[in-house]
Ligand binder design. Structure first.
Ligand SMILES: Nc1ncnc2c1ncn2[C@@H]1O[C@H](COP(=O)(O)OP(=O)(O)OP(=O)(O)O)[C@@H](O)[C@H]1O
Ligand SMILES: O=C(O)C1=C[C@@H](O)[C@@H](O)[C@H](O)C1
Ligand SMILES: [Mg+2]
Length: 427
């Protein structure tokens, strides 16, 4: 049976979990497992979409790691102690939560053959990543200091896990005496001067976009562990939870991260809002907008409906294929037709051509949208529509780099969410 998995958060368009998991599937020849990103604005929406997409499991990232816990039927003991989860999976119809983030920290450090015993460790940041770092490291080391801009949070954490709390402003003194700095703050520019850092400092940075701390570590030849290492090392145990199999980490070479595509593609079933949202998004980003259906209409000098009725679906699909395969744009928003997922040649092109956002809509919601009864393939019949959605589901899931739910949302809210995610991706 197919297994559908995703990482959800807000924003989540930047997440490198999909290329990591897709590589795991390749390594272990999991032909029927799929993993993508699911953008959700609330914890409630995650649960709604898990049901709609029939997800077997999910990774949870910021800001939902704590709030999602109220929906779980069971919570593994490490996750309970950290009061946060990053993985949930259905086991016999019960949704069970886990936290593999702390293993991510420990195994990244171990993978670099660094002995933790006796080392003085400074954890910067008291959010979810900070908690998991402390929780993991505490098992092997008791010289841990926590500092955070909001000092109350650092104090609480220090008390809960029995580590040392220091004032934020004292960073410049403390850093001179530590062996390992674990920065868990997601920033490009580090908030403190870097010149006081000792020569043999080991830096572990949870943030995986290129940033000032990384460049500094390289310029000073300091040992540096990056967030991608952490992400891979928390994904390995999550993979075990999802599929009950282990992964040979030595095989994770040549990871194709593949999210540097400049074109943004909008895919989705009929009436999902592809044209409306695509046009507005292009406007907001200052990119050109291409609506494939409109290009077809221009070429034939007839409406999509008329082409379908007079020349048939086969003719339409051929034209659609020719236009998409010849598309040359480099920095556009493209609204693709709802039926493209039936054509493997088009799907192959899309994989490297555009970052594809699937606007999800349920059959119930499609039927409520304006003009839905005028479409030739849409005869206002919910069962027929449900069947069509089911038949195309697998291809949509495989093609989507990001899923955004449009059910029960106003157009302007969908546009806002898509724009936010795309800015997060490109920014
Ligand atoms: N979130 C939404 N809520 C309600 N109505 C919506 C929403 N998004 C789009 N619509 C409306 O649904 C109709 C279809 O939208 P649009 O034409 O953008 O969809 P599409 O995916 O391009 O459809 P098609 O398959 O016909 O190309 C329009 O009348 C649009 O205003
Ligand atoms: O960016 C991501 O994809 C993730 C980040 C961390 O929060 C992880 O805990 C999560 O499992 C996935
Ligand atoms: Mg359209």
């Amino acid at each position: 049976m197919n297994k559908y998995l995703a990482v959800s958060g807000f924003p989540v368009s930047h997440s490198l979990s999909p290329p990591i998991f897709r590589r795991f599937f390749e390594i272990n020849k999991n032909k029927n497992s799929y993993y993508t990103r699911l953008s959700c604005k609330t914890d409630e929406e995650i649960i709604y979409m898990m049901d709609k997409l029939k997800l077997g499991g999910i990774n949870i990232t910021s800001p939902f790691k704590k709030n999602i816990m109220k929906y779980l039927d069971g919570i593994q003991k490490d996750a309970l102690k950290m009061d946060a989860i990053n993985t949930a999976v259905y086991k016999k119809n019960e949704l069970i939560g886990y936290n593999t983030d702390y293993l991510g920290v420990l195994n990244s450090i171990r993978g670099k053959n660094i002995n933790l015993k006796g080392k003085k460790i400074l954890v910067l940041g008291a959010g979810g990543a900070g908690v998991s770092a402390i929780y993991g490291l505490k098992k092997y080391n008791n010289k841990i200091i926590i500092i955070n801009r909001t000092e109350k949070k650092a104090k609480e954490l220090a008390k809960k896990f029995n580590v040392t709390y220091k004032k934020y402003d004292n960073f410049k003194y403390i850093i001179r005496e530590v062996d390992i700095l674990i920065s868990t703050i997601p920033v490009n520019k580090f908030p403190f001067k870097l010149k006081n850092f000792p020569d043999n400092l080991i830096i572990f940075n949870a943030y995986y976009k290129t940033n000032q701390l990384e460049n500094f570590a390289k310029s000073r030849d300091l040992r540096y562990i990056d967030g991608l290492d952490w992400l891979i090392n928390q994904a390995v145990p999550a993979y075990r939870v999802f599929l009950n199999r282990s992964i040979d980490k030595n095989k994770i070479k040549n990871l194709n991260l593949g999210i540097n595509r400049k074109n943004i593609g909008i895919i989705g079933f009929m009436k999902a809002g592809k044209s409306t949202v695509g046009r507005k998004l292009a406007d907001k980003l200052g990119k050109d907008f291409v609506d494939i259906d409109r290009l077809i209409e221009k070429e034939e000098d007839a409406s999509v409906n008329d082409i379908f009725l007079k020349k048939g679906e086969g003719y339409f699909r051929k034209l659609e294929e020719k236009i998409i395969l010849n598309l040359k744009c480099k920095d556009c928003v493209i609204a693709y037709g709802g039926g493209i997922v039936k054509n493997p040649k088009i799907l192959r092109k899309l994989k490297n051509f555009s970052y594809n956002i699937w606007l999800w809509v349920s059959p119930e919601n499609v039927l409520g949208r304006k003009d839905s009864n005028k479409r030739p393939l849409l005869k206002n019949n919910k069962n027929e529509l449900s069947d069509m959605i089911k038949n195309r589901f697998n291809e949509y899931f495989k093609t989507a780099d990001l899923i955004i739910n449009t059910d029960n949302k106003r157009k302007k809210d969908v546009i806002k969410q898509v724009t936010y995610e795309v800015n997060n991706l490109l920014g």
